[in-house]
Design a binder for this molecule. Structure first.
Ligand code: NAP
Length: 248
């Protein structure tokens, strides 16, 4: 399990959910991990402890990915602490769902700021370092909602579609320097959040998916291992759907 040996990965929003799973599976594959969180201090401490079992260098950073200045400061701290990094995974994200009719301006702005502006902040932050070493892989976690839309999620869908346009443009800008930019678009991933849903609703969802099950955090993380590793050296500007065939 050393696909990512000698690599260092930055992951935003890894204290919980998918980001946490990505951190664990990347560490298992040999990557050093610099991860961020915004407010879940205890979860971040426990993830740091768990990651230390994998014999890789690990550090947590409290940093708001939607804040440009904090992101700049974060990147320079990571360079100080790790000396180098190879992969950025833009994972931090939030939802503030409502029908447009009832959606506040604040809830639109916040979702765009955390899900899309963060991608600008962090990608711009790592760009100079990647340009210098003429190597780097940037992975953005979008959603199939960004490809197909979803009632009650105009803000979220717009942010996730924006991430896809951003990534494809970045792939065109940086390809000649051997810097890759790809998107992972998860479908219905079963997390703590979905475990509270009615079992009948869950059954119906699972049934509507060609592979007949919800996705797991590991399904998403494994796609990230591939895009972070040299196995995907010739892949850029792509959207990899991890959705069990849901959007086909
Ligand atoms: P989650 O369980 O709510 O976790 C979100 C993570 O992001 C937390 O660690 C949180 O940290 C962090 N975060 C939130 N705002 C942040 C900010 N401003 N700066 C830094 N970190 C921040 O969400 P998830 O379900 O794992 O989702 C992860 C990503 O996958 C998101 O981009 C989401 O849109 C995408 N996605 C999820 C699904 C799904 O089914 N779950 C499907 C498609 C796409 P704190 O707790 O410390 O604030």
């Amino acid at each position: 399990m050393d696909l990512l040996k000698n690599k260092t990965t930055i992951i935003t929003g890894a204290s919980r959910g998918i980001g946490r799973g990505i951190a664990l599976i990347l560490a298992k594959n040999g990557s050093n991990i610099a991860f961020t969180y915004k407010s879940s201090e205890n979860e971040a401490i426990s993830l740091e402890l768990e990651l230390n079992n994998y014999n890789v260098k690990v550090k947590k950073y409290k940093s708001d990915a939607s804040d440009f200045k904090q992101s700049e400061k974060l990147i320079s701290e990571i360079i100080n602490d790790f000396g180098d990094f190879d992969v950025l995974i833009n994972n931090a994200g939030i939802t503030k769902d409502n029908l447009l009719m009832r959606m506040d301006e604040k809830d639109f702005d916040n979702v765009i700021k955390v899900n899309l502006k963060s991608v600008f902040n962090m990608s711009k932050g790592v760009q100079r370092h990647f340009l210098k070493k003429r190597n780097g892989s940037i992975i953005h976690i979008s959603s199939i909602v960004g490809l197909k839309g979803n009632a009650g999620q105009t803000n979220y869908a717009a942010s996730k579609a924006g991430v896809i346009g951003f990534s494809k443009s970045l792939a065109l800008e940086l390809g000649s320097r051997n810097i890759r930019s790809n998107v992972v678009a998860p479908g219905f991933i079963e997390t703590e959040m979905t475990s509270n849903l009615d079992e009948n609703v869950l059954k119906e969802w699972r049934n509507s998916i060609p592979l007949k099950r919800g996705g797991t955090v590991s399904d998403v993380a494994n796609a990230c291992v591939f895009l972070a590793s040299d196995l995907s050296d010739y892949i850029t500007g792509q959207v990899l759907q991890v959705d069990g065939g849901m959007l086909t």
